[in-house]
Design a protein around this ligand. Sequence first.
Ligand code: PLP
Length: 368
Amino acid sequence: MQVLFNDLAAQYQAIRTEADAALQSVLQGGWYIGSTHVKSFETEFAKRCGVNHAIGLGNATDGLFLALKALNIQPGDEVITPAWSWISSAEVITQCGAQVVFADVDAETFTVSAKSIEEKISTHTRAVIVVHLYGKMAAIKPIQDLCKQHQLKLIEDCSQAHFAESIAGKVGTLGDCGVFSFYPTKNLGAFGDAGCLITNKEDFALKVRRLANHGGLTKDEHLFEGINSRLDSMQAAILQVKLAHITSWTNTRRRLANIYLEKLRTINEIILPRIDEPLAHVFHLFVIRAQKREALQKHLEQLGIQTIIHYPKALPFEPAYAYLNHTEKDFPISGQLQQEVVSLPLHPFLSREQIEYVCRAISSFYGY
Ligand SMILES: *Cc1c(COP(=O)(O)O)cnc(C)c1O
């Protein structure tokens, strides 16, 4: 049996009629940038997130950069960000001329905690970026309190956690802003690069909108320098089609994840993701920590099962951050995770049989 890590072609087949019609309507309308499709997606996405403003952007990396810019982060400032994440949540800090300060993550949730952030606060700290990694919301309430206490700005990177919600509230609405990626493999993905920033603050929204469009809301307005980062009409139209399906896709992800959790729970050689609140995890990825990881991956591959490692190296140990001179002692948990994590196939176009097949393959590897 083949078990693909992702199957975007199957996703397209599932929405083909609607997707084709949406693209046709953009093509025939003749407005490929800044059309009513973009406006209407922004309006609907904001509503679904429960916020006042959504700003379509070229991608989430731009969104994080623009968030820091709009918050006036500049040289001399420090921004705290997870040691265990995709690089976007760190590199945008340097792009603002500020200093990257890594905080280690929690071994069970894979996200930063108020405690690990607090240890890194200095008189130069201006902001914190929290990443809701793998689809699971970080324990945000104590982080909100910490940021308030120290007057720090709070940015949520929701690139892997579309529409997650906890008792604290909906993802992306719990700090100054939330940033989403619509990269094709994300839970809500475009047919190319796309991203979005959400916020409840009108001034902040206006600032981001201008920064994303050469400093102005209209063609010849340039109040300051900005960049060019736009959600285009084709992507907006596709995203709007997919918005109608995302709840059902997320529910399928949760249902399949629960099969993994149930069938793998007796295997002592692996550690499974923990669910604290069911709605706070949207299972972008199903990441386990495994003994003999490389051998397990090879075993699964031979059985037609694709796995990926997110991520092979913690950010402080990447060559890009060698200048910080960090050692594994500085980030013991991230250092351990990079040797143990492996992501199992999980997407809405897998069947119960395929998930059970993966479970049997893992059980047999460990001799269960
Ligand atoms: C995918 C991702 C990004 C970057 O998104 P792009 O749209 O590709 O720029 C940022 N942060 C996290 C956690 C991601 O998973």
